[in-house]
Design a protein around this ligand. Structure first.
Ligand SMILES: [Fe+2]
Length: 167
């Protein structure tokens, strides 16, 4: 049976209502993987006619989380966190290389923070990764990547500090 937007919304709501910590987020991560591997879900929301870099499919009024799809161009992104919230990156098509960073100096005002590289790893199709509050990461894509993401809150318009890589 196809995995639908209504179903992933219901699944995420139930999981996050029960537990907004590690357990609930890990459940959401698995629902994102399910959606990434579901041909109907992917063709409905991330089919060839979609070339939108960022599209919110659902925002939960009560719990605040949102489900988004992204069509991401090849790019090497900068190290960043997700401010006050967590984020789950799921790959529906393509491969993203992720790098985790450790902060050695906090950003202050207009001065970017300083970070050192911890590790890099690939997220292939069908995998989803959780970044908790404060987890710094960057992504690199050699080709287009189609993603499903869940954010703890909608970060549109939230200012995020910059970080400078030391290595
Ligand atoms: Fe991110």
């Amino acid at each position: 049976m196809a995995y639908t937007l209504d179903q992933i919304v219901a699944d995420c709501r139930a999981a996050l209502k029960k537990d907004n910590g590690a357990e609930g987020r890990n459940a959401v991560r698995k629902f994102v993987e399910l959606a990434c591997l579901d041909e109907d879900f992917v063709s409905t929301h991330l089919g060839p006619e979609n070339d939108t870099p960022r599209k919110v499919l659902y925002e939960d009024e009560e719990l605040g989380f949102c489900i988004l799809v992204h069509v991401a161009s090849p790019e090497t992104g900068l190290p960043h966190g997700h401010g006050p919230t967590w984020a789950i990156y799921g790959i529906a098509a393509g491969v993203t290389e992720m790098t985790d960073w450790h902060c050695t100096e906090l950003p202050e005002g207009r001065t970017p923070g300083k970070v050192v590289k911890v590790k890099s790893y690939e997220l292939p199709r069908g995998t989803a990764h959780l970044y908790n509050e404060g987890d710094l990461h960057s992504s690199r894509r050699e080709h287009e990547v189609r993603m499903i993401r869940v954010e703890g809150i909608n970060l549109m318009g939230v200012r995020r500090p910059r970080y400078e890589a030391l290595n």
